[in-house]
Design a protein around this ligand. Structure first.
Ligand SMILES: [Zn+2]
Length: 505
């Protein structure tokens, strides 16, 4: 398809947002390279578009009608038309198929009723026309959403297919976006660095600059990439092909949260919100003090203290370093030495097998019961057919037996599905216990410490500068047991039985 580029800026246009004609030409050249558009000519005009009567514009339309080109490229629709007559001409050529496509770096256009509607708004046309169209357009958009097709400009990595009117994968850009998701999730790139990475590979703002960080954030958190379309505040299931796995997407979301952790006074207090005061039950808050030295250098000290908001309280400050030491000890107490893990997993397998055979045993018992019930049902039918019992008695008895059978079947399903529901949480638990030791010893991991502390314990209280945790289920069993005994199978079963009752994953 061939395009003619149209650039316009009138001398009375004081708007600084509007690029000069030379700038428009440069931008359109860059844009057409990026979008693989064949431009056969650049037409320029220094006149207002508010009234009809531009020579170059009229000439442009004549050339299109003659078939010299089938598309127009322009900076924005308002470069083409700003009055209803010229705007109407463009729409007319679209409707009659003389113009097949319009491209604007600043505006997304699709040759559908919706697209023409948006174009009209951009041309600044009459409100009457807009009102008439809008209901039809809304209906069209709703229909698209219902069948799972994104009704608007495709997110980067996808393109709007003007032939099929749906969304297709833009394989090259999809690969760049995927790589960006990966680099970001691994914590190797910030929003700004991701933007520069995208810029390097040609994903840029419409003014050919690196895209802003909040736009990067929008891309990295856009559920569209996992098939969920949010439109008008509502979620819809999309049918477009995916190139970002759910797992990768979730990793990216975690990283976004990590980056955006609340920071107060420009400082990030790792242990804020972790504990309450053991004396008065008020919240513990963090404060930073900057100590300035005579030689000009300074050092930051972080303290945690009771807010004393509930009642008078005698508790004193605790330095963050002291808090950290105590937390390391608490976490280390809940740790499981690495070499024991294999034993644990082995015992878990044994327990699982044991449980499985028990379940099988139960199921075969229940199946026997069903057989007995079936026999009874047969007998009942025989008696009815032999006219030993009347039809009323038959019905009542039959329903009774039937219900009993249903109950047993339900029980079988329950055993089959719940068989090892404790296994996953248990495996997670062992994973946590294993990482305890590692985290307790690692340096510079205040945040990991805080997260791990919340995994092993809850309801932390701070009394006389001492942390007192309530260990969570499972971890409590570990801490209460002297190390020498931890290895015994007995403890494992005990922990397991706790886990089965209510260990939360
Ligand atoms: Zn207090």
């Amino acid at each position: 398809m061939k395009y003619i580029a149209y650039c316009r800026k009138s001398t009375d246009e004081k708007d600084k947002q509007v690029l000069s004609i030379d700038q428009q030409i440069a931008e359109l050249k860059e844009f057409s390279n990026r979008e693989y558009l064949e431009i056969i000519d650049f037409v320029t005009e220094a006149k207002t578009a508010k009234t009809p009567g531009r020579e170059q514009f009229a000439e442009l339309l004549r050339r299109i009608e003659k078939g010299e080109a089938q598309g127009i490229v322009s900076w924005h629709p308002d470069r083409l038309a700003r009055n209803s007559i010229d705007g109407g001409k463009v729409i007319y050529l679209l409707d009659t198929g003389k113009i097949l496509d319009l491209k604007f770096p600043q505006f997304w256009f699709e040759s559908t009723p919706q697209g023409k509607f948006m174009l009209n708004i951009a041309f600044g046309q009459s409100k009457y026309y807009v009102d008439n169209l809008s209901e039809n357009v809304k209906r069209g958009m709703r229909h698209k959403l219902r069948i799972g097709i994104w009704p608007s400009k495709a997110p980067v990595g996808y393109i709007n297919d003007s032939r099929t009117k749906d969304i297709q994968l833009d394989s090259e850009r999809a690969r760049i976006i995927k790589k960006a998701f990966e680099l970001f999730s691994e914590g190797r790139k910030s929003f700004t660095e991701t933007s520069l990475y995208l810029f390097k590979f040609g994903i840029r703002s419409s003014s050919n600059k690196p895209i802003k960080s909040d736009e990067v954030r929008r891309i990295l958190t856009n559920k569209f990439y996992i098939g969920i379309m949010k439109y008008g505040g509502e979620y819809h299931q999309g049918v477009h092909k995916l190139f970002i796995s759910k797992q990768l997407f979730n990793e990216a979301q975690k990283q976004v949260i990590r980056i955006e952790r609340p920071r107060r006074n420009g400082h990030d207090f790792a242990f804020a919100g972790l504990a309450r005061c053991g004396e008065c039950n008020a919240a513990i808050t963090a404060e930073q003090h900057v100590k300035k030295y005579k030689n000009g250098s300074s050092q930051i000290f972080i303290y945690y203290r009771c807010t004393k908001k509930l009642k008078p309280c005698n508790q004193k400050y605790i330095p963050e370093s002291e808090m950290e030491t105590q937390l390391r000890k608490i976490i280390d107490d809940a740790a499981l030495p690495h070499q024991w893990a294999n034993d644990w997993y082995k015992w878990m397998d044994e327990d699982e097998r044991e449980e499985q055979s028990l379940a099988e045993e139960n199921i075969s018992k229940l199946k026997l019961e069903i057989e007995t019930l079936d026999k009874k049902l047969n007998l009942l039918l025989d008696s009815y057919l032999d006219q030993v019992i009347d039809s009323e008695t038959y019905k009542i008895k039959k329903n009774e037996l039937f219900e009993e059978k249903l109950k047993i079947n339900e029980e079988i399903t329950k055993i089959q599905t719940n068989g090892s529901s404790w296994l996953e949480p248990m495996k997670n638990f062992i994973g946590s216990v294993l990482s305890c030791a590692k985290i307790a010893r690692a340096k510079n991991t205040s945040h990991d410490l805080a997260i791990m502390a919340k995994t092993v314990g809850s309801n932390f209280f701070l009394t006389d500068r001492q942390f007192v945790p309530t260990y969570n289920l499972g971890f409590a069993a570990l801490c209460a047991t002297p190390s020498a005994q931890r290895k015994s199978h007995g403890l494992f079963s005990k922990t397991l039985s706790v886990s089965r009752q209510g260990f939360e994953p």
